[in-house]
Ligand binder design. Structure first.
Ligand SMILES: O=C(O)CCC(=O)C(=O)O
Ligand SMILES: [Fe+2]
Length: 357
């Protein structure tokens, strides 16, 4: 699945490298930043302000292009960022490490990510934390769809595809890579999917004939979303929603089932190129969550405190659209499931059906 990855990496994964001098400048600034866990807004303001004032126009312009140009690569890798000295052990439970006393990784992650939009979290993802630790957890190692898995491939998915309000981008900062240098973040680009399908197949993927499983179950039963398309928007620059981890998304008609099968076979047989990047400490990867699906290769964790450790944030271009009744924190959204909207529609229809007196 990941053959020719170096060649492929060059084609789609655009990268910029921070020079050593700037890396040290950023480090000396960010070591002074307050904790994002105790002083969130001050931390965010400081990291944002310093990134804007310190970065050269060349790097800022690559990030701006990544953000708004449809012809730019949908993935951007920023290398050679500063790392924290005295990094504590990789958290064994993927929770925040209380032993981490400096916030250089968090400052890089939040500072650069705010050039794309607003960083935010979900009430029900990692208990509403803004900064997620992505590291292997022993009890989760063989699970199908958790970022804490390791010994099994994490198949292609988009982040929160089943919510009406999903991240426009996700950012991954690498604090520690796995010892074998095996773990790779994988990417499949919507344009490559479309280029490898017939126009008839593409048209079927544009119809609302697919349902998504929600992350949480209700009474042990999978809750399915209302029917959605896999592709939407102009075909030359389409939006993608894909979910291949088990339980994978479900085609709702015979023709949808056939095309979904073809799509999956093409991805697995590598007819549709997939790209991979092995993140190293000090690397920050921006992923456009509308133009690509992502996943991860398998790798072998050791649970000795030196395992792979990423930090992740979600970014939206429009935090306003995420608001909902009962939300307590403007940055931590509730995440409305697509099925809630369907129920609401039903209620409205009922109201309309009541004959006027
Ligand atoms: O571990 C990785 O490289 C990516 C995992 C993932 O899908 C995520 O963090 O959203
Ligand atoms: Fe993911």
């Amino acid at each position: 699945m990941y053959k020719n990855e170096l060649k492929k990496e060059a084609e789609v994964i655009n990268s910029v490298s921070i020079n050593d001098n700037l890396r040290e400048v950023l480090k000396s600034i960010f070591v002074q930043n307050l904790s994002p866990y105790d002083n969130r807004e001050q931390h965010l303001l400081f990291s944002y302000q310093k990134v804007v004032s310190e970065l050269p126009p060349t790097v800022l312009s690559s990030i701006r292009d990544f953000k708004c140009r449809a012809d730019a690569s949908p993935v951007l890798l920023i290398r050679n960022l500063p790392t924290d000295d005295d990094l504590p052990e990789t958290p064994h439970d993927a929770k925040r490490s209380l032993r981490k006393k400096s916030f250089i990784s968090e400052s890089c992650l939040t500072g650069f990510s705010q050039l794309l939009g607003d960083v935010y979290g979900y009430v029900n993802e990692k208990k509403g934390e803004l900064i997620h630790n992505v590291c292997p957890v022993q009890s989760q190692e063989a699970k199908n769809f958790v970022s804490e898995s390791s010994i099994k491939i994490l198949p292609f998915h988009v982040e929160y595809g089943y919510f009406d309000f999903r991240p426009d981008y996700l950012s991954l900062y690498c604090l520690r890579s796995d010892r074998d240098q095996h773990a790779a973040t994988t990417i499949v680009y919507v344009r490559d999917l479309i280029n490898n399908l017939s126009s008839k197949e593409t048209e079927i993927l544009r119809k609302p004939l697919f349902s998504f499983p929600y992350f949480e179950k209700i009474n042990d039963e999978i809750l399915w979303s209302r029917p959605c398309p896999i592709l939407s928007g102009p075909i030359s620059n389409a939006d993608l929603v894909l979910h291949l981890p088990e339980p994978e998304m479900k085609p709702l008609t015979k023709e949808a089932e056939e095309v979904f099968k073809i799509l999956k076979e093409k991805i697995v047989d590598s007819n549709i190129p997939s790209y991979s990047v092995r993140l190293e400490p000090g690397d920050l990867l921006f992923i456009n969550n509308r133009r690509v699906a992502h996943g991860r290769s398998e790798f072998t964790p050791r649970y000795d405190g030196n395992d792979r450790w990423l930090q992740r944030v979600y970014v939206t271009k429009n935090l306003w659209d995420g608001r909902s009744e009962g939300q307590e924190d403007f940055r931590i959204v509730i995440g409305k499931k697509a099925s809630d909207v369907e129920n609401l529609n039903k209620e409205l229809e009922l109201m309309i059906e009541v004959p006027p007196k």
